[in-house]
Design a protein around this ligand. Structure first.
Ligand code: GAP
Length: 517
């Protein structure tokens, strides 16, 4: 299957099994907006729990908040979003489709990279064991040609973005002969800036109306509550404030399913530090966050850092943790050193003094900030896409199985009576009732046991138990493992502890704590 076919299959599977639905589907859908179904919401909640507990409960000096989506409009002037939260857009005059100019160029660069990699693979096949990749990349004329072009275009794009030079961005598209993927033509308009914030009207008590914005990031809710939390929580720098919540962006290039949405969720943490210590904390948070990702067991090789060359207006260092999605390596989480930009701006715009008195140095200062900002929906997609597996079984059968990390699986345990008679359903329900306080369980008595196993495999349930006639005699059930399909006989009294040990988040937390502690 091509990458595109794999992705289509994944999207269809997510719908068929109640993970993700297109928003407003019966009205033909709303573009780049999605609903989480009965399985999706469980998994999403589990991801939130993994992040929240790792951030807030494992760290003495990090606390959480839940701030409102609607905020005073001046906040977005202070943060720079009114003036600078723009995407450079270009339209193709024939297809009438609108694109982000930088994304068109990045896709062109990705093609060059793919070309170089293909050449290297050809060399590897040709030279076998004697192949030296470094030497090949440094000498092969085809690779060198692509590399020179790549470096030149990349440097031009970085400079144009840094200088906000829209004419030059258009010129790069023209020079590289980039065509519209829909019309195939190179008939482009000028590049224009487009603000990404959604606005709406707030009715005032005096009958007037004011324009307010749907927040484009959760971070500002943390900054404007800095004093509240620091004072009421008696927090001492360094400390962090975490929050999970919805954010809204009027994305133009809204493709790739839940990767880029107009309404999405972020899990953000702002860590306040002494000025001058930000780089130490920046590298520490890079490692801490990578460890959090890797503990999920999706594959260490699927993650990489991508340091920013073009820094946002508020940052003095920034990196992305990229994940290998079915459509290539893309940003999953951003880690930014935001200096004292946000707190200073809010001090200026609100007229309130936002400073911290450090009892250790006897000084007052505006703390610097390290931000970790991860998309909940992108994490969902990372987990789902790397867990989907079509497996050939003995006898020519295949099964679709979601090899989800057990602690994130929507359903932890399926309780299945072998037949719908002889007192087995009653016994199964008795067991279910004793376990539902500990895990999200599902009861299923319809169809053959084989079909029921397949249904549970498809939603990633790590364990199934079968209640058979022997259960009534010996008080044991058959416990079946999703991944190995191995079955073991277990006394009912030990079920809770055995399953708990295998589906708990605790081992992940212990691993992260050891790395970070
Ligand atoms: N407060 C900083 C901030 O918002 P960002 O890099 O714009 O930084 C952080 O966003 C994370 O939010 C991204 O790494 C990504 O995972 C997620 N994200 C951003 N835009 C998104 C969108 N349109 N749809 C889904 N997730 C998005």
């Amino acid at each position: 299957m091509t990458q595109e076919e794999v992705f289509k299959t994944l999207v269809a599977h997510a719908k068929e099994y109640g993970f993700i639905f297109q928003s407003s589907e019966i009205y033909d859908g709303l573009s780049a907006v999605y609903d989480y179904g009965q399985m999706g919401v469980e998994m999403k909640n589990n991801i939130k729990k993994y992040w929240w507990e790792a951030m807030v409960h494992l760290n003495d000096n990090i606390v959480g908040i839940d701030s409102a989506i609607f905020m005073h409009p001046r906040i977005w002037e202070a943060s720079g979003h009114v003036g600078a939260f723009n995407d450079p857009l270009i339209d193709n005059k024939d297809s009438k489709k609108r694109y982000r100019a930088d994304v068109l160029i990045e896709e062109y660069l990705a093609k060059l990279e793919e070309k170089m990699n293909k050449e290297v693979e050809k060399g590897r096949r040709k030279f076998g064991d004697a192949f030296n990749e470094e030497q090949f990349r440094a000498t092969n004329p085809n690779v060198l040609r692509s590399k020179t072009k790549y470096d030149e275009v990349h440097a031009r794009m970085t400079k144009a973005l840094n200088d906000n030079d829209l004419k030059e961005l258009r010129q790069i598209i023209v020079d590289c002969e980039i065509a519209c993927p829909i019309s195939g033509t190179k008939n482009w308009t000028d590049v224009r800036q487009f603000n990404l914030m959604f606005s709406t009207q707030l009715g005032n008590v005096d009958g007037g109306v004011g324009t307010i914005y749907l927040r484009p990031e959760t971070a500002q809710g943390i900054f404007v509550n800095f004093l509240n939390v620091q004072k009421t929580g008696r927090m001492k720098v360094p400390f962090g404030i975490a929050q999970i919540g919805k954010a809204f962006r009027n994305e133009i290039v809204a493709r790739q399913f839940i990767f880029r949405m107009r309404e999405f969720e972020q899990m953000e943490m702002q860590f306040f530090v002494r000025p001058g210590e930000e780089m130490k904390w920046f590298s520490q948070w890079k490692q801490t966050r990578l460890a959090w990702h890797k503990a999920l067991g999706l594959g260490d090789e699927k993650y990489r850092f991508h340091d920013h060359e073009k820094l946002a207006h508020y940052a003095n260092a920034a990196t992305d943790i990229e994940f290998e999605f079915p459509f290539g390596f893309k940003e999953l989480e951003g880690i930014h050193s935001r200096t004292d930009f946000d707190l200073s701006q809010h001090q200026k715009f609100s007229g309130r003094k936002i400073q911290y008195f450090d009892p250790e140095t006897n000084e007052s200062y505006t703390p610097y900030v390290i931000e970790t900002s991860i998309g909940l929906d992108r994490t969902f997609l990372a987990v789902l896409s790397s867990s989907y597996c079509e497996e050939a079984l003995e006898g020519g059968e295949t099964r679709v199985v979601l090899r989800l990390p057990a602690c994130l699986a929507p359903v932890k345990l399926a309780v299945l009576p072998l037949v719908k008679k002889d007192g087995l359903p009653e016994k199964a329900r008795e067991i279910l009732d004793s376990l539902r306080f500990d895990f999200n369980c599902q009861y299923d008595e319809k169809d053959s046991i084989g079909k029921r196993y397949r249904r549970q495999d498809a939603i990633g349930t790590p364990y199934c138990i079968t209640i058979d006639h022997d259960t009534l005699e010996d008080g044991c059930v058959t416990l079946r493992d999703r991944d190995t399909m191995v079955q073991e006989r277990i006394p009912i009294g030990r079920l809770r502890d055995i399953v708990e040990e295998r589906v708990s988040m605790k081992p992940l937390f212990k691993k992260i704590h050891k790395i970070c502690g």
